[in-house]
Design a protein around this ligand. Structure first.
Ligand SMILES: [Zn+2]
Length: 318
């Protein structure tokens, strides 16, 4: 089912925070001057006058601004909230009212400031599995610990199953679900103007990706997500990864081919009857050591193995 959002609803809600009735303690008003951070953690990169990216720890934030207000793609950690709002004001000036935050998926480094962004006036929008999983505690075998349910303050208030479009600032932003990819609740966001895609954590550029099999993700789905964006992209498309620097169609193609190579190599070993540990010990990705990071070779081999249905009890099967 596709749910089309009407911005007029958001405008109606936001009108209660009109500057005409704002007071000094009105946190929803753009008349609040947000102070510069004492210890800056984020770096701003401009794609166009109306589209910026906030880098730093946690997932990359897209900031889409204009006369109607601001839409954010993801919101990092709670500790980043004040600095995010400061940059929103620096970028958007008097049009800094927050309309929506689109969560690309549920992970805490992309949704950690949801309560603060709601407080600042935003509606949180995401795939419905984000809301479902945020309200559920479940085992994460990859880390050997529980994913604890989140307080309701974090939950998205607008959800969709297939795709949803926002029409604001004279542009269209399409949120498109990619099934069983980084998780089972992933969204990629296509800004038709100015030809920019935010891929969430379906793209880790320059490093092995995290595939959250325990949250319904799969390597096959991540490869399919790469293919979906490649089918939409042209030579001028700007591609924002969830982690890593901004890239383009060629950079995405290279990342896609590496992910397919990882999958194929693990698959060959598995079909030859090797165990997970035997595959890891064979070091089939030794030539990709430059991609070692948050996820190492053992981690990505394990993710590929589990994506193929291989048994896995986790690192702490005590
Ligand atoms: Zn993630």
């Amino acid at each position: 089912m596709t749910r089309i959002l009407l911005l007029s609803v958001a405008t109606l809600v936001m009108s209660s925070a009109s500057p005409l009735v704002a007071s000094a303690h009105d946190q929803h008003s753009h008349t609040v001057e947000r102070p510069a951070p004492e210890d800056p953690q984020l770096r701003v990169e401009k794609i166009t006058d109306n589209l910026h990216v906030l880098f730093g720890s946690g997932g990359n934030i897209g900031v889409s601004s204009g006369p109607d207000g601001v839409v954010l793609i993801d919101d990092k950690f709670a500790r980043n909230a004040e600095e995010i709002l400061y940059h929103v004001q620096q970028i958007a000036g008097e049009n800094d009212n927050l309309l929506f935050v689109i969560n690309t998926h549920l992970h805490g480094d992309h949704t950690g400031s949801n309560p603060e962004m709601k407080e600042a006036g935003a509606m949180i929008m995401a795939h419905e599995n984000v809301r479902t999983r945020m309200g559920t505690s479940y085992m994460n075998k990859a880390w050997g610990r529980m994913n604890e349910a989140k307080n309701e303050d974090f939950w998205p208030v607008v959800t969709f199953t297939d795709q949803a479009s926002l029409h604001f600032n004279g542009i269209t932003a399409r949120s498109i679900h990619v099934p069983s990819a980084h998780t089972d609740g992933d969204t990629i966001v296509l800004f038709e103007e100015p030809n920019v895609v935010h891929m969430g954590d379906n793209l880790f550029l320059g490093m092995f990706p995290f595939v959250d099999v325990d949250s319904g993700g799969s390597m096959q789905g991540m490869i399919a997500a790469h293919d979906k964006v490649l089918a939409m992209a042209d030579a001028d498309t700007v591609i924002i990864p969830g982690h890593g620097p901004i890239t383009d169609r060629d950079g995405l193609t290279a990342a896609r081919d590496r992910l397919q190579a990882i999958y194929n190599r693990v698959s060959e070993h598995k079909m030859a009857g090797k165990s997970l540990q035997e595959i890891i010990d064979a070091e089939p990705l030794a030539d990709m050591a430059d991609l070692d990071g948050f996820i190492d070779q053992g981690g990505i081999i394990t993710a590929a193995w589990r994506s193929m249905g291989g048994d896995f009890e986790g690192p702490s099967a005590e």
